[in-house]
Design a protein around this ligand. Structure first.
Ligand code: RM4
Ligand code: MN
Ligand code: MN
Length: 395
C-alpha cells in the first residue's frame, strides 16, 4: 500500500461512525420463540453499559439507537433518566425509533389503519418520539411500519397511501430544522401480502411528500432476493435523499445476521457507491450508519464488536478504490479494468493498517480479544443470571 492509499484509509476510518441498536443487546428471537442468554441486557441501563464496552474498545460507536416502547416505556417522562445514563456511560442517545406495531390496536395498521382514531394514536406516539428526540439531542427519528395486509383485496392501497401521507406531513411539521425523519421500507413481514412502504421508491415518494427534513432509510435486509442495494444507494445519493442505513446481512429475508457474514462484497459495493459519490461530487454524504441486528445465538457484545470490525474493514477497502482509474475505465468502456478497480480494492488486506490506526488512537489492536480479556462478560453473566426475561418483545 502506498502513502496515498494509506492516507485514504486513515481518512475513511477517521470519519466512519456506526450506531449500535439497544435491542441488539437484549434477548431476541424468531417468531417461534426466544433463546435466552444469561448475559443479555434486560434494562436500559444494562444496554448502555454493554454499548459502552463496544465503544470503549472500538472507539467508533458513540451513539445508541433507542426504541421508544422498549427503552422509554413512559415516553417523555423517561428522558431525564436516559440522559443521566448516557452521561454516565459516555454513549449518547442515537436515533429514536417509535414503536408503531406492538400495541393490539395496530393489528390492522398504524398510519394506514382504516380507523381514524388509531391513525391519530399512532401519530401522537410518533410526535412524542420527535419530542423525545429533541430533548435528547437526537437528530434522527427512524420510522419503520409493520403496516400492510395478508390477503389480496383486504386493504385499500390508495386510501392507505393517502393516510400515510397525511400523518407524515403532520409529523414533519413538528420536526426541528436540525432533525430528520428517516422513512424505512420493507417488502414483507409481518404483513405477508402487501406492506404500505414496500420499497425504496415508495419510501422516497413518502419522504418527498412529508417535507424537506425527510430522507429514506435503507435496511440492507429489507429487499427481495437479487435486488441491488448499492444501486438503490446510488440513486438516493443522486437525489440527495439517502438518510441512513440499517446494516445487517441476510440469506433469505430480514434475517438480521451479522453484517457481511454472507456477502461481504455486497456491503463493500454499497460503501463504494457512497465513497465514489463523495469523490466525484466533492461533497460529504450525510448518512447515518446504524446496525440493526439481533444476535439470537452469538454472544451479543462479541457479535456487535465483530460487526463493527467488519464494517470498518469493508469501509476501508472501499476507500482503496482507484477512483480516477475507475472513472476513466468507465468512460472508455474498459470493462475488465473498471471491474478490477473494485476487485483489487476488495482483495486488499486492510487489517494491518486498521490495527495501526487503532494503536495510534490508543485503542486495542484487536477489540474482540481485548473484550475477551476484560472479564466484563464473566461479570455480567454472574450478575444477570437468574433474572432472564421471557417476554415476547425485543425489550
Ligand atoms: C424491523 C425493522 C426496524 C427495527 C425492527 C426491530 O424489521 O428493521 O428497523 O426497528 O425490525
Ligand atoms: Mn431496520
Ligand atoms: Mn428489519
Amino acid at each position: 500500500m502506498n502513502t496515498q492509499q494509506t492516507d485514504r484509509v486513515v481518512q475513511a476510518l477517521n470519519s466512519f461512525r456506526i450506531e449500535l441498536p439497544s435491542w441488539g443487546f437484549s434477548n431476541t428471537g424468531t417468531r417461534f420463540g426466544k433463546y435466552l442468554q444469561a448475559a443479555a441486557a434486560l434494562t436500559i441501563e444494562e444496554k448502555f453499559s454493554d454499548a459502552q464496552q463496544v465503544h470503549r474498545l472500538t472507539g467508533v460507536c458513540p451513539t445508541l439507537a433507542l426504541h421508544v416502547l422498549w427503552d422509554l416505556p413512559n415516553g417523555v417522562d423517561d428522558v431525564d433518566g436516559i440522559a443521566a445514563l448516557a452521561a454516565r456511560h459516555g454513549v449518547q442517545p442515537g436515533s429514536i425509533n417509535p414503536n408503531l406495531f406492538e400495541e393490539q390496536i395496530y393489528k390492522f395498521g398504524s398510519f394506514g389503519n382504516p380507523d381514524a382514531s388509531v391513525r391519530q394514536h399512532a401519530l401522537q406516539h410518533a410526535k412524542d418520539s420527535v419530542r423525545i428526540a429533541r430533548r435528547l439531542n437526537s437528530r434522527d427519528i427512524v420510522l419503520w411500519f409493520a403496516d400492510g395486509s395478508n390477503y389480496p383485496g383486504t386493504a385499500n392501497v390508495r386510501r392507505r397511501k393517502q393516510w400515510f401521507e397525511e400523518n407524515l406531513r403532520t409529523l414533519h411539521a413538528d420536526v426541528d430544522s436540525h432533525q430528520r425523519l428517516l422513512v424505512e421500507y420493507k417488502p414483507f413481514e409481518p404483513a405477508f401480502y402487501h406492506t404500505d412502504i414496500a420499497d425504496w421508491g415508495m419510501a422516497l415518494s413518502f419522504a418527498r411528500s412529508a417535507g424537506p427534513r425527510a430522507r429514506v432509510l435503507v435496511d440492507t435486509g429489507h429487499h427481495y432476493q437479487s435486488q441491488k442495494p448499492e444501486q438503490i444507494a446510488a440513486w438516493l445519493l443522486a437525489e440527495d435523499m439517502l438518510g441512513g442505513f440499517h446494516l445487517n446481512d441476510r440469506r433469505y429475508a430480514d434475517d438480521d445476521l451479522t453484517l457481511g457474514s454472507i456477502d461481504p462484497y455486497q456491503v463493500f459495493r454499497i460503501f463504494h457507491e457512497i465513497l465514489f459519490f463523495e469523490w466525484e461530487s466533492g461533497a460529504r454524504a450525510d448518512i447515518a450508519y446504524m446496525i440493526d441486528q439481533s444476535h439470537n445465538l452469538k454472544g451479543k457484545i462479541e457479535a456487535m464488536i465483530q460487526t463493527v470490525m467488519h464494517a470498518q474493514e469493508l469501509y476501508a477497502k472501499a476507500a482503496l478504490v482507484d477512483y480516477p482509474g475507475l472513472a476513466s475505465a468507465q468512460a472508455r468502456c474498459q470493462l475488465v479494468d473498471a471491474e478490477s478497480a473494485l476487485r483489487d480494492a476488495f482483495s486488499t488486506d486492510v487489517r494491518p493498517i486498521i490495527e495501526e490506526w487503532r494503536r495510534a488512537k490508543q485503542l486495542p489492536a484487536d477489540p474482540l480479544d481485548a473484550f475477551r480479556q476484560s472479564g466484563y462478560l464473566e461479570r455480567i453473566t454472574t450478575e444477570r443470571r437468574g433474572r432472564m426475561s421471557v417476554t415476547s418483545s425485543y425489550a
